[in-house]
Design a protein around this ligand. Structure first.
Ligand code: SAM
Length: 287
């Protein structure tokens, strides 16, 4: 089968099967070879790798992943794409398509049963409407990962890799940087998709750290503190934390910040992940 990654072949396949694009499933298919290779090269896929691809669409990225990797598990929610995938990937015996919603799948079980229980690479042109839940599912469930290379909405990628004291820095930056080292591989214009999305994209590589970035006894407390601090971005840290679902008395919070050596009048957006971890550890002693 010819490479799918071209406007002409993509349109031919889609028309032949009478496929209707679903906006609500984030179906924007890649038609640019240069971007396709930036994704595959960015993940450094080789014959040792087992790859999980989320949302293969018509199989554009899957074709090249199958040539480079040992095995590809492609998880696609839309069953109307299955006849297309069996045509476009028919001759690739190292690809398995699973017709499921990735958010409902037990990924640990999948890795045990289909990926030899080994760490995988997750590579995808993700549907915009569920980008963050999909990425956070793999990270929070501590799926054994070598890396993730995903194409996502530019604004979301900017937030994932933002540093303190910038406008994009927030809960998502901390959540991702707790588990990974994020690096932007390339920006992507809207013109490389059929149909064209309303937003620009970015290819980002998330290299999973061996240990989380900071060592805390209670991750839930860390993320509750982070959410509270960014929930009221314009307030001082003390005010943001004291009027929050943390539900801790203001006088106690004053002591917690003092013992953590963080000034109470700073704003959440100036704190590093290490400083958030200090607050979280001290707070645990008071709870
Ligand atoms: N990989 C193809 C490409 O690059 O041309 C298609 C990418 S398209 C942006 C996203 C794909 O994810 C679509 O095929 C869509 O049906 C699928 N998808 C959307 N939500 C999903 C979910 N929850 N689980 C699995 N696949 C999903």
């Amino acid at each position: 089968m010819d490479r799918l990654v071209s406007p002409k072949i993509t349109k031919e396949i889609v028309n032949k099967h009478g496929f209707k694009f679903s906006k609500s499933l984030g179906q924007n298919f890649l038609i640019d070879e240069n971007i396709l290779y930036k994704i595959v090269d960015g993940a450094e896929v080789d014959k040792e790798d087992i790859v999980i691809e989320v949302g293969p669409g018509i199989g554009t990225l899957t074709q090249v992943l199958a040539e480079r990797a040992k095995k590809v598990i492609a998880i696609e929610i839309d069953k109307t794409l299955l006849p297309i995938l069996s045509e476009t990937l028919g001759n690739k015996d190292n690809v398995e398509v699973i017709n499921e919603d990735v958010l409902k799948l037990d990924i640990h079980k999948l890795i045990e049963e289909k990926c030899e229980g080994k760490a995988v690479k997750v590579i995808a042109n993700l549907p915009y409407y569920v980008t963050t839940p999909i990425i956070m599912k793999f990270l929070e469930e501590k799926v054994p990962l070598k890396n993730m290379v995903v194409m996502i909405q530019k604004e979301v990628a900017d937030r994932m890799q933002a540093k303190p004291k910038t406008k994009d820095y927030g809960s998502l930056s901390i959540a991702v940087q707790y588990y990974c080292d994020p690096e932007i591989i390339t920006k992507v214009p809207r013109s490389v998709f059929i149909p064209q999305p309303k937003v620009e994209s970015t290819v980002i590589r998330l290299t999973v750290l061996k240990e989380p970035k900071v060592n805390v006894k209670n991750e839930k407390t860390l993320f509750a503190v982070v959410r509270a601090a960014f929930g009221k971005r314009r307030k001082t840290l003390l005010n943001a934390l004291s009027n929050s679902p943390l539900n801790v008395d203001k006088e106690v919070l004053k002591k917690v910040l003092e013992h953590s050596e963080i000034e109470a009048n700073r704003r959440g957006e100036t704190l590093t992940i290490e400083e958030f971890a200090r607050i979280s550890e001290t707070l645990c002693k008071y709870l």
